[in-house]
Design a binder for this molecule. Structure first.
Ligand code: AMP
Length: 170
């Protein structure tokens, strides 16, 4: 099964010059979604993850089926203002302006082995902030898994010290 058949390229969305990779056809197809989940699960087992972390919001879509398949916990990293208890927060730069991500204190335990799962690696800003939150919790990032990696943006270079797995590369 070629999963690229289920990713639609949408030029100039959300702004001119961006080639947006739309993954909704993939998650809308049971066999394709299951195939992608199996690949993520195999990687999670290979790196010995004992918890899955997914960034808001597409990391939830790809991370939660991996967690349930393997009987692991899933921890969400969320946009600010969404988590009700005390949080750790990381601010990071976007092409224009800033963004922030939060994690509940205590949701990830010290020494846990974390696999981060997300939809797409572009510049890597989201994942850099996610790694900082996990490491501030005292846990170890044992791997980072993406459905899609946009190689031209060289996001991978930010994460030389971490094992990275991409199901699809463009
Ligand atoms: P980044 O922090 O630059 O690695 O990108 C963060 C998030 O933005 C990714 O997880 C995607 O959800 C989204 N994103 C960035 N570029 C694209 C793209 N070309 N197509 C679809 N989603 C994108």
């Amino acid at each position: 099964m070629n999963l690229k058949d289920y990713v639609k390229n949408v030029p100039d969305f959300p702004q001119k010059g961006i080639q947006f990779k739309d993954i909704t056809p993939l998650i809308g197809n049971g066999k394709a979604f299951q195939h992608a989940t199996k690949l993520f699960c195999a990687y999670a087992q290979k790196v010995g993850a004992d918890v899955i972390v997914g960034p808001d919001a597409r990391g939830f879509i790809f991370g939660t089926p991996v967690a349930t398949q393997l009987g692991l916990g899933f921890v969400p990293v969320r946009k600010p203002g969404k988590l009700p208890r005390e949080t750790l927060t990381e601010t990071y730069s976007l092409e224009y302006g800033e963004n922030a991500l939060s994690l509940h204190k205590g949701d990830i335990l010290p020494n846990q082995k974390v696999l981060i799962v997300d939809d797409l690696l572009a510049t890597g800003g989201t994942i850099a902030a996610t790694i900082n939150l996990i490491e501030k919790s005292g846990a170890e990032v044992v791997g980072i898994a993406f459905l899609i990696e946009l190689e031209a943006l060289k996001g991978r270079e930010k994460f030389k010290d971490y094992p990275i797995y991409s199901v699809l590369t463009y």
